[in-house]
Design a protein around this ligand. Structure first.
Ligand code: F6P
Length: 344
C-alpha cells in the first residue's frame, strides 16, 4: 500500500483520536467503465454503502478511465447514492479511453489517486476495463477488484454479468409486442439482438419468446432445413413467424429477405439496438449487484489485489485477469443444445 500511513499518537484526546481515525480511514474509489449496463448503478450504490459499513471512505470516479486521468474523483455523497437504485445506464458516466493505454496518462491517474489518498479501486465493467486496471496495478500497485457488467454475457469465467437480466426482459417485452402485430397481419418478423460475437441474448430470448428461428454465431444454421420446417409449420396452420438473430451473425437483413422470398411471407426486420442497454434494472440485477459488490470489497479487504468477482455454478468467487482475458468465452452448452432445433 503506497500511500497509507499509520501514526501512533498517545497524547490525543478521545475526540482527537476519533477525528484522526476518520482522517486515516481507508479510501476506495468506485468507477464504471466500458459499455453501460443496467445494474451498474445498484453496484455503485451497494459498493459505497458496504465500504462505509467496513469503515472505509468511498469515492466516486466520474466518466470511467477518462475521469481517472482527469482527476474527476469525488467523495460519495448520500444525495447521489440515494437516487441510484432504480436508474439504468451508469449515473457515474463511462468511457472507452485509449489514453489509459499510455503510461504517461496512467501516471497522471495514479497521481490523482495519491493526492486524495485513495488506495483501492472497484471497477464495474468488462474485460477491456479489467485489463486496463491490471496494467495500472502492475505499474503502481493499486489493488482493484472487478465486477463484470455487460449485456453481452460474454466474459470468461463468470456465468453472469450485471445488466443481462434487464436486457433480456427488454428484449422479451419488445418481442411480445412484435408478436401482437405479427399475428394481426400474419407476417414474419426478424428481430436482431445485440451481443457482439456472443449469441447468449438471442438464444435465451428465442427460447423465452417461443420464436421459430434463432441464428447465432455459436450454431451452424441451414436455411434449406429451416425452410422445410417452417413450410410444414405453415401447412399445419402457423399464421406468423418470429426469428431472433444475434447481431454477430450479420444475418438480420438476409433472413428477412429469405423469409419473404423463400416463404412468400410479408416480412419485416426490427433491429432492437440500444433500447436493450437501457431501462430500470430488474430485481435480479439489483440483488446480484449487491452480491457482486459485497464479494468485491470482502476480497479486496482479504488481500486480493487484481482479481474479478465471478459467479460460477451458483457461487461467487474470484478469477485472475489471465483467467478472464486469456480464455475464450464459451456459451452455455445446455443453451446451445436447446437452440439447435431453431437453426435447422
Ligand atoms: O458490449 C455491449 C454492446 O451493447 C454490444 O452488444 C454492442 O455490439 C455494442 O456494445 C454497441 O456498442 P456502441 O454502444 O459503442 O455502439
Amino acid at each position: 500500500m503506497p500511500f497509507r500511513t499509520r501514526i501512533t499518537r498517545w497524547d490525543l484526546s478521545l475526540e482527537e483520536s476519533v477525528l484522526s481515525l476518520a482522517v486515516l480511514r481507508e479510501k476506495v474509489a468506485i468507477m464504471t467503465s466500458g459499455g453501460d449496463a443496467a445494474g451498474m448503478n445498484p453496484a455503485v450504490k451497494s459498493t459505497a454503502d458496504y465500504a462505509l459499513k467496513l469503515g472505509m471512505e468511498p469515492y466516486l470516479v466520474k466518466w470511467g478511465l477518462r475521469g481517472l486521468i482527469e482527476g474527476w474523483i469525488e467523495p460519495a455523497t448520500d444525495a447521489f447514492l440515494s437516487d441510484l437504485i432504480h436508474r439504468g445506464g451508469t449515473a457515474l458516466g463511462s468511457s472507452r479511453s485509449k489514453r489509459f493505454f499510455e503510461y504517461e496518462f496512467r501516471k497522471q491517474a495514479y497521481e490523482n489517486l495519491e493526492r486524495l489518498g485513495i488506495g483501492k479501486l472497484v471497477i464495474i465493467g468488462g474485460d477491456g476495463s479489467f485489463n486496463a486496471l491490471n496494467q495500472f496495478y502492475e505499474d503502481f500497485k493499486v489493488p482493484f477488484a472487478g465486477i463484470p457488467a455487460t449485456i453481452d454475457n460474454d466474459i470468461s469465467g463468470t456465468d453472469y454479468c450485471l445488466g443481462v437480466d434487464t436486457a433480456l426482459n427488454m428484449i422479451r417485452s419488445s418481442v411480445d409486442s412484435i408478436r401482437d402485430t405479427a399475428s394481426s397481419f400474419s407476417r414474419a418478423f426478424v428481430i436482431e439482438t445485440m451481443g457482439r460475437d456472443c449469441g447468449y441474448l438471442a438464444m435465451t430470448s428465442a427460447l423465452a419468446t417461443d420464436a421459430e428461428v434463432c441464428l447465432v454465431p455459436e450454431i451452424e444454421y441451414d436455411l434449406d432445413c429451416i425452410g422445410k420446417r417452417l413450410r410444414a409449420q405453415r401447412d399445419a396452420g402457423k399464421q406468423y413467424l418470429l426469428g431472433i438473430v444475434a447481431e454477430g451473425t450479420g444475418m438480420g437483413e438476409t433472413l428477412t429477405r429469405w423469409m419473404s422470398d423463400a416463404l412468400g411471407m410479408d416480412a419485416r426486420l426490427t433491429v432492437l439496438g440500444h433500447v436493450q442497454r437501457g431501462g430500470s434494472p430488474t430485481v435480479y440485477d439489483r440483488i446480484m449487484a449487491f452480491k457482486f459488490a459485497g464479494a468485491a470489497l470482502d476480497n479486496l479487504q482479504a488481500g486480493e489485489k487484481n482479481k474479478v468477482v465471478v459467479f460460477k455454478d451458483g457461487a461467487f468467487g474470484m478469477a485472475s485477469i489471465n483467467e478472464i482475458t486469456d480464455t475464450k468465452h464459451e456459451s452455455d452448452p445446455a443453451l446451445i443444445k436447446l437452440c439447435r432445433g431453431l437453426s435447422c
